[in-house]
Write a protein that binds this ligand. Structure first.
Ligand SMILES: Cc1ncc(COP(=O)(O)O)c(C=O)c1O
Length: 417
């Protein structure tokens, strides 16, 4: 199979056809081996083509069970996550189909929680400038990734946005909006697609944790990208030792082998909900996805891959720094663990930008050199590259990725000029 002409929804150039995946490589129909420097979209963690996952899939329950019933794989997954993975205090789990669904569900829970507590006006969920939380209408509304949300304006609720770097500024904005109308605050521990691995200062999360508790604002950590070991800790918030009220996860949860997302909550969040009904999707807690997620987490544990993400993240960071730190068109190399970003500019001394025109060319050049790098950026960060490879990445692969990144930036710069 290599004629993908009829595949694209919108007619155009047929895309690259990937027929297999092994380790950190995608194999194309014509036999090219593409080094996946982004883990797809920060999804791959245990490496592609693992036979243990195929075995887990084969022995998973064969059939459909509505989400309200327990199954052994659902129960096992909740127990593993709560006992071994989640920040202390997150004891409840609800499984959904992906990242956007997990964000929407968390926003519904915020609404139901405050309604149940007798505060119907406390429903607005605050997001950040800049951020990305998904492609459903609620997750687009609560985020600000300008290019992704631009066409949908009239369909999106107008929700307040706060600052990325300064906790005091966030608090001022929420106070000006009136905390009595604010039900939740959603933040990515490491800002992924919109900002290419922006990390807030160390006092940010602890200050906002305290402020949210004071005003009964549910703090939601969006760990869809940063969770499940990607930053070198089990979850991104572990870097600041805080427990959010709600934590949403997806991508790495099943290593990319199955579609799954999750919402995790504290006992205090679910207590007021006892007489309500949190809506499920038909495929919430899908049996195959739960079995694969459980096996993925077991592999991450058995092979100590979270620690490896930290170690290989430092190596990749050093390799990128070595080649790019003094590059005239690189404004910053940043991130945590194996969630790293490179911000590109027209002129480093003035900060002038290419307005988003450089990134697609760099990605194209990298693909021509057999590497996949994720195009990131929005708003004040119009051009950026995001790296999120599997935790099994080797030193040789890291050097190749860093070399190709430098060559691709230079080749793209030649074209744009
Ligand atoms: C932080 C974050 N939240 C939510 C999402 C949405 O996840 P999905 O694409 O699985 O719906 C993404 C996807 O990139 C993400 O990075």
């Amino acid at each position: 199979m290599h004629n993908a002409d009829r595949f694209p929804f919108i007619p155009g150039q047929p895309p690259l056809t990937v027929v297999d995946a092994q380790g950190n490589h995608l194999i194309t129909h014509d036999g090219r081996r593409i080094l996946d420097g982004a883990g797809g979209a920060a999804v791959n963690n245990i490496g592609y083509g693992r036979p243990e996952i195929a075995e887990a899939a084969t022995s998973a329950l064969h059939g459909y069970v509505v989400p309200v019933f327990a199954t052994p794989s659902r129960v096992r997954l909740v127990e593993r996550l709560v006992d071994r993975w989640l920040p202390p205090g997150l004891t409840r789990a609800l499984f959904v189909g992906g990242g956007s669904e997990s964000v929407d569900t968390a926003m519904r829970i915020v609404r139901q929680y405050h309604l149940a507590k007798g505060h119907p006006d406390k429903w607005r969920v605050v997001g950040r400038n800049i951020s990305y939380h998904g492609a459903t209408l609620a997750s687009l509304a609560v985020a600000n990734h300008d290019r992704r949300r631009a066409p949908f304006g009239p369909l999106l609720l107008d929700l307040p946005k706060v600052d990325v770097y300064d906790a005091d500024q966030v608090i001022k904005t929420i106070e000006a909006e009136d905390p009595a109308t604010i039900g939740g605050l959603i933040l990515e521990p490491v800002i992924g697609a919109s900002g290419a691995a922006i990390v807030a200062p160390d006092d940010y999360w602890p200050k906002l944790r305290a402020f949210c508790s004071e005003h009964d604002i549910l703090l939601i950590a969006d760990e869809v990208m940063s969770g499940v070991g990607r930053t070198g800790r089990k979850f991104g918030v572990d870097h600041w030792s805080i427990t959010p009220d709600l934590l949403v996860g997806s991508k790495g949860l099943a290593g990319g082998y199955a579609a799954i997302g999750a919402v995790f909550a504290t006992d205090a969040v679910v207590a007021p909900l006892v007489d309500t009904n949190v809506m499920h999707f038909t495929f919430s807690g899908n049996g195959l996805a739960c079995a694969i997620a459980d096996r993925t987490l077991q592999i991450l544990e058995d092979e100590d891959l979270v620690a490896r993400a930290g170690i290989m993240g430092s190596r990749l960071r050093a390799a990128l720094d070595e080649r790019l730190a003094d590059h005239p068109n690189v404004a910053d190399v940043r991130g945590l663990g194996l969630l790293l970003g490179v911000e590109l500019v027209k002129d480093r001394s003035t900060g002038a930008s290419f307005d988003g025109s450089l990134t697609p060319l760099v990605v194209e050049e990298a693909l021509a050199r057999d590497c996949w790098i994720y195009p990131a950026g929005s708003g004040p960060v119009p051009d950026a590259l995001l790296f999120g490879p599997g935790f099994t990445i080797t030193e040789e692969e890291i050097d190749q990725l860093a070399d190709v990144t430098l060559d691709s930036i230079d080749a793209a710069l030649t074209r744009v000029r």
